[in-house]
Design a binder for this molecule. Structure first.
Ligand code: GSH
Length: 224
C-alpha cells in the first residue's frame, strides 16, 4: 500500500491521522500542504480546501474523521482495534467525543488560540489577543467543564481504553499548548493530569517533539 498524507503536522486534524499511522508503524509520505499557501489544484482532492487528505495510490480521501475510520477498518492492526468500540452505545459516545473535539474544541483551542498566537505572527499578521482572552475566559471554560465531567476519575474518556475520542481531544489540546496555554490544574485537575499523562506516551511525545522542532525553526528563521 502506498500512502501519502497531504497536510501540515501542526494541524490538529493532520496530527490525528499521523497518530494512527505512527501507532501502526505504517509507512507513508508526508506531502506538506499548509493553510494559507495551498495550491489552487488542491481543491481537486479536497473540495473544501482543508487538510488532511489521505492518498492511497490514485485514491484520495479528505477529512480526518473519515480517514481515521478508514485506517482503523482497513489496516486491521491490533494497535487500532479498540479505538472504535464494538458496543454500539460506546461507539456512539466515541463518535460524539471525536465530533466534540473537531467541532467544539477546534474553533477555540486551534482556530483562535493557536492561530492567533502562532500562525498569524508566522504570516506577519498581528495577534488579536482580545479574541484569545475572550476564548480563554468565556468560550473554553464550559468546554473544559464538560470534558472534566465526562472524564471523571477515569484514565481515558471511555474508561481504561484509549479510543479515537481521546486522540481527537488530545490533538486539539496539543494545539492549545503550542499556543502557549496550559490546562489550569486548579480549576480542571483531572483534565490537566489526563493531558500530562497523554503527553508522556511515546507516540504523542514523538509527534509533539517533531512539531516543536519545526516551530522553533520557523520562529528562528523569522527572527533572523
Ligand atoms: N473536518 C475537517 C477539518 C479540517 C480543517 O479544518 N483543517 C484546517 C487546518 S487545521 C484547514 O485545512 N483549513 C484550511 C484553511 O484555513 O484555509 C477534518 O477533520 O479534516
Amino acid at each position: 500500500m502506498a500512502y501519502t498524507l497531504h497536510g501540515a503536522p501542526l494541524s490538529p486534524f493532520v496530527r490525528k491521522v499521523m497518530y494512527l499511522l505512527a501507532s501502526t508503524n505504517t509507512d507513508y509520505k508526508l506531502k506538506v500542504v499548509a493553510p494559507g499557501s495551498m495550491p489552487d489544484e488542491f481543491v481537486n482532492i479536497s473540495p473544501l480546501k482543508r487538510i488532511p487528505v489521505l492518498q492511497e495510490n490514485d485514491w484520495y480521501q479528505p477529512d480526518s474523521s473519515i480517514v481515521c475510520n478508514y485506517l482503523i477498518e482497513t489496516l486491521d492492526h491490533p494497535a487500532l482495534g479498540q479505538l472504535i468500540p464494538s458496543n454500539a452505545k460506546a461507539r456512539a459516545q466515541v463518535r460524539w467525543l471525536e465530533k466534540f473535539a473537531d467541532y467544539e474544541l477546534a474553533p477555540w483551542l486551534t482556530f483562535v488560540v493557536f492561530r492567533e498566537r502562532i500562525l498569524r505572527p508566522i504570516y506577519n499578521k498581528t495577534t488579536d489577543e482580545t479574541s484569545v482572552q475572550k476564548a480563554l475566559h468565556k468560550n473554553i471554560p464550559p468546554l473544559f467543564d464538560y470534558l472534566s465531567t465526562q472524564l471523571g476519575n477515569q484514565t481515558y474518556f471511555m474508561g481504561d481504553v484509549l479510543t479515537l475520542g481521546d486522540i481527537a481531544i488530545t490533538s486539539q489540546m496539543v494545539s492549545f499548548m503550542h499556543g502557549g496555554e496550559v490546562i489550569d490544574d486548579q480549576r480542571w485537575p483531572k483534565l490537566s493530569s489526563y493531558f500530562k499523562h497523554m503527553m508522556q506516551q511515546p507516540i504523542w511525545q514523538a509527534l509533539v517533539t517533531r512539531e516543536q522542532v519545526t516551530l522553533n525553526k520557523i520562529l528562528a528563521a523569522k527572527n533572523s
